[in-house]
Design a protein around this ligand. Structure first.
Ligand code: CMC
Length: 376
């Protein structure tokens, strides 16, 4: 038996060709392409094709992929009825997890995970995801649902369905970049959760439902919501110092900082910081950006020596706020993009499956006599 590693730190659990991370240097590549190349030149759709096929598409392959994905924007009536039945006060992550699980109920062959079938289901679920989130948000606001516009890309169409008006080119592109940056990230907790579930030869809905549940946690994708809560609690740039120092003294975590793998600045945070700065200037949110930047300066001074730097969630909060998204939609945005990554990992897992079943180090007693209930 190999050595015990708490939290599986440093344990290599499988092989992947999807993303490469050098945590010391702060490098992230999807199929060998640096993340900055993709965020500046690609689209979310092309990035998902890359992750699923391990190569960039030709023009006609991308057209076909876009056509299939756009066809999946439209939800079946059963799902629309289910959204309307959800309590309006539910958190959108609970709603999304429930709805992704419910997609299995409409699937005539839900347990089929043959690779071709799984690819087809992945397109459907990824195409449905923005509509599920936008419709739930409109449902809770008491607004009519906006039919998806299949002439629009994934990111643009989501903002259109959410707000009822087409976003500006700048906003749509900024949001598309966010989707690219969140699409995949090695064996993070939710991806690993999805792989663990599919390794039993369970179904795609169960695997994605588990992954969404994992992502929701504040130590994982839920951190972006936590960052916004923190920014709201800090009244002004001048208050940031006392706020952050107080938290560090109490040994509280500062959301959006630290990472199991990165001991340098997360390259996605670098990209998102540029986006956040520009969008904040464009939308009159400069004070919000200034607060974020001040927190980064204080954290750099206090904890950078321990390898704690901003992660993807830190500047995504400011970015999403400037795009006009409500705080509790931040983590669903992460999920919406990461469904692309999760599905790619499910395909990879099933191409060469072996059941995940680690061992536990038993630390309890042995040979204990059974005590009858009246003597305990
Ligand atoms: N603020 C203050 N101190 C921190 C932070 C932070 N954000 N992150 C780590 N530390 C300290 C921690 O207190 C500990 O100190 P000490 O050795 O003195 O006890 C040390 O750094 C190691 O921390 P850890 O929690 O044992 O490290 P880990 O590898 O288990 O955890 C982490 C990684 C991401 C859970 C952690 O850094 C954290 O809780 N960060 C805040 C939540 C967050 O932003 N999560 C998003 C992660 S990235 C994107 C994603 O996955 O969604």
């Amino acid at each position: 038996m190999s050595d015990y590693s708490k939290g599986l730190e440093g344990v290599v659990a499988a092989e992947t060709e999807m993303s490469f991370i050098d945590g010391q240097k702060g490098v992230l590549e999807y199929v060998g392409i640096p993340i900055g190349e993709l965020s500046s030149k690609s689209t979310f759709e092309e990035t998902v094709f890359l992750l699923w096929n391990k190569r960039l598409p030709t023009k006609s392959e991308l057209e076909t992929f876009n056509k299939d994905l756009r066809a999946a924007y439209t939800l079946p009536q059963t799902m629309i009825d289910r959204i309307k039945a959800l309590p309006k006060e539910a958190h959108p992550m609970h709603a999304l997890r429930t709805l992704v699980s419910a997609l299995a109920l409409d699937d005539k062959d839900p347990n089929n995970i043959e690779l071709d079938v799984l690819r087809h289901k992945s397109v459907t679920i990824l195409g449905h995801a923005p509509t599920l989130i936008a419709y739930f948000d409109r449902h809770r606001r008491g607004l009519d649902f906006i039919k998806p516009d299949t002439s629009l890309g994934f990111a643009q169409n989501f903002l259109y369905m959410l707000n009822g008006e087409k976003p500006t080119e700048t906003m749509a592109r900024a949001f598309d970049i966010c989707m690219i940056l969140h699409a995949d990230h090695g064996f993070n907790n939710s991806t690993f959760a999805a792989k663990v579930i599919i390794s039993t030869l369970s179904d795609v809905y169960s695997a994605l439902t588990g992954a969404i549940g994992s992502l929701r946690g504040p130590l994982h994708g839920g951190a972006n919501e936590g960052v916004m809560v923190m920014l709201n609690e800090i009244g002004s740039v001048d208050e940031a110092e006392a706020y952050v120092m107080g938290k560090l003294e109490r040994k509280d975590k500062i959301m959006g900082f630290g990472h199991r793998v990165y001991k340098a600045k997360d390259p996605r945070a670098t990209d998102l910081q540029k986006l956040a700065k520009q969008l904040a200037e464009d939308t009159g949110n400069s004070e919000l950006y200034a607060k974020s930047h001040r927190i980064e300066e204080i954290m750099e001074r206090e904890v950078a020596s321990k390898g704690i730097y901003p992660n993807v969630d830190f500047y995504s909060a400011t970015t999403y706020h400037c795009i006009g998204l409500k705080l509790d939609l931040f983590t669903p945005m992460f999920a919406m993009s990461r469904i692309g990554g999760w599905c790619g990992h499910l395909l990879e897992q099933l191409e060469d499956n072996r059941l995940f079943r680690p061992a536990a180090k038993y630390v309890g007693p042995h040979e204990v006599a059974y005590t009858p209930i009246d003597q305990r």
